[in-house]
Design a protein around this ligand. Structure first.
Ligand code: FAD
Length: 538
């Protein structure tokens, strides 16, 4: 197979134009082109009036060696890389111990799936409920203002990304193409095939729910076990090695291999690990607000006359501004055609995030507008200080929102003018259970407010209308990534507790669904290597 990159065609090209372009590019006759598979389809929107689709294709040709020779100096014609996934080993028949996986978000799902596929029969312990029951609890907050601290947007089958936009791309380095394994498993579980080739795949919330169930069934069929409503409250450590975990029910499960795929909101579990002496560090994360605009404004700004083209879908954006006070402000988890969601896992706190359906056809676009902070900004220098800051900001947002789980909100025009909002304009905010208009100036530390006030007009220069006075800010956005790192060594094990495998977003080794899934695979491999006595991966 040959991989051809940078094949550019007009947005409205007929299907046969791609084959013609490949033939022309390679200079071969039609009968020499045996098969064509689209590997990636992106678009180049720099010239809005002549928007181009950019293809990467894998082709089977009759005369591959000759063509490789002919194009030896052409970086856009290369042998297709081998992207098949290979297991590092298989469990022996006489398995005397089952690995434990704590958490069933994307990281725990992939850790458990790959362990199960290798025959290790993992036991998964998830504090929340199975996904359909969890959905009811999540809606309980959105519709009835009731928070279930064990079953919510953050906790339960599928993890934090279940009620999300389901964006499936990441900027991680992935020389082993593990992201491909994640996407392939998602397709097996019911995701649309296109996630394998569009440049910014997403699946939306509804599909994620049934995909998560399908993956649970596969793990179970392979001998794994998934236990819901089983919160891990303690880890057993003997001579510097993990020996098992204790559950909230008091039950003890023994194992010398425990994967911690906790997500970034498992604050009580981080506290327990710290108390047990597991090495943790405070790490940077970001804080800010959600912003909502009409999706049509973003479409027009990004796609010009091609706005609304079904091949392009609802437009997204990614913005960065380096403020004069040294802070960086950026857009985070942008959800085209989506809704802002109440994402707290703790009573008496308000947190925003965003989600969408596959169709992305809600009227508003939303994104976090967040400011990077470091441990130097935290109230204290212990590993848990970032959690205290998050809690403080989330509790303040609860009060500013009126104390009944509405999000505090402000129009962008008023925020920039420094006056409270009293009335909505043309943008109807989507956050449920509702938005309480106020002044957001005290919702974040002054440096963050200052940086966001500077960034919004700067973003308006890139997306005309971004700082429109009626756009709505809601807050607070605090769960952008984990405030702690459960540091691990090259063998993927905790620095000071052998057999403990910190993984995914909560441990500080992933950010987003795809990278959490990839990290889950790596950790599953590390567990397998340790059990099988294989050399650590390089
Ligand atoms: P999590 O998904 O957080 O899973 C951790 C699991 O561990 C949870 O289910 C939790 O219940 C369980 N757990 C925690 N403590 C314990 C314990 N003590 N005992 C037992 N179980 C425990 N990312 C994207 O890439 N694209 C998006 O579009 C996107 N949108 C998002 C929208 C929302 C509303 C949210 C909240 C997040 C979104 N994210 C998105 C981020 C993404 O969800 C996370 O990066 C990802 O889920 C992290 O995966 P994880 O498996 O490491 O952790």
């Amino acid at each position: 197979m040959l991989r051809l990159t940078e094949i550019k065609l007009p947005l409205d090209h007929p299907p046969e134009a791609l084959r013609a372009a490949i033939l022309q590019r390679l200079g071969v006759r039609d009968d020499a082109l045996l098969a064509v598979r689209i590997f990636k389809r992106a678009y180049d929107a720099r010239k809005k009036h002549a928007l181009l689709l950019v293809y990467t294709v894998d082709v089977e040709v009759a005369n591959e060696a000759a063509l490789l020779k002919k194009f030896r100096n052409d970086a856009h014609v290369r042998p297709s890389p081998d992207m098949d996934y290979r297991f590092v080993g298989h469990a022996p028949d006489s398995l005397d111990e089952r690995p434990l996986v704590v958490g069933f978000g994307p990281c725990g799902i992939f850790a458990a799936l790959v362990l199960a596929q290798m025959g290790f029969k993992p036991i998964v312990l998830e504090r929340g409920k199975a996904v359909r029951e969890r959905t009811q609890d999540t809606w309980g907050l959105w519709r009835k203002k009731v928070v279930n601290p064990e079953s919510n947007v953050q906790f339960g089958e599928g993890g934090a990304g279940t009620f999300s936009d389901g964006k499936l791309y990441s900027q991680i380095k992935d020389p082993r193409h593990l992201g491909r394994k994640v996407l392939t498993e998602f397709v097996k579980a019911g995701a649309p095939e296109e996630i394998l080739y569009v440049s910014k795949p997403h699946i939306g919330t509804f599909r994620l729910v049934s995909m998560v169930e399908a993956m649970r069934h596969e793990i179970e069929q392979l001998g794994g076990e998934i236990r819901f409503e089983q919160r891990v409250t303690d880890v057993l450590i003997e001579d510097g090695r993990v020996a098992g975990v204790v559950l909230a029910s008091g039950e003890t499960l023994k194992s010398r291999h425990v994967v911690l795929a906790l997500g970034h909101s498992a604050r009580d579990t981080f506290e327990m690990l710290h108390a047990r002496g597991v090495h943790l560090e405070a790490k940077p994360f970001s804080i800010g607000f959600r912003i909502e605009h009409p999706q049509s404004l973003i479409d027009r700004a990004r796609l010009g006359p091609n706005a609304g083209n079904p091949l392009l879908g609802a437009a997204d954006y990614k913005l960065v501004h380096h403020a004069k006070n040294g802070r960086t402000v950026y857009s985070f988890c942008m959800c085209p055609g989506g809704t802002v969601v109440a994402a707290t896992s703790e009573p008496g706190r308000v947190v925003t995030n965003g989600m969408s359906q596959y169709s992305r056809n809600e009227r508003n676009a939303n994104a976090g507008i967040v400011v990077g902070i470091t441990p130097a900004d935290f109230p204290g220098d212990d590993p848990l200080a970032g959690i205290r800051l998050q809690r403080e900001l989330e509790a303040r947002a609860f009060v500013l929102g009126g104390g009944d789980y509405q999000a505090p909100g402000q129009l962008v025009g008023d925020f920039l003018a420094g006056k409270p909002s009293t009335e909505l304009g043309s943008v109807e905010p989507s956050y449920k259970p509702g938005v309480h208009l106020t002044d957001l100036a005290t919702a974040l530390p002054p440096f963050a407010i200052e940086a966001i006030r500077e960034a919004l007009p700067a973003f308006d220069k890139q997306i005309q209308g971004f700082a429109m006075k009626d756009a709505v800010l809601t807050g607070v956005e605090t769960r952008t990534s984990s405030p702690v790192r459960i540091t691990r060594g090259d063998d993927f094990q905790s620095l000071n507790v052998k057999g403990l495998y910190p993984a995914g977003e909560g441990a500080g080794y992933a950010g987003g669904i795809l990278s959490a899934g990839v990290d889950g695979i790596k950790v599953a491999e590390a567990v397998a290597r340790d059990v099988l006595g294989l050399e650590a991966a390089q």
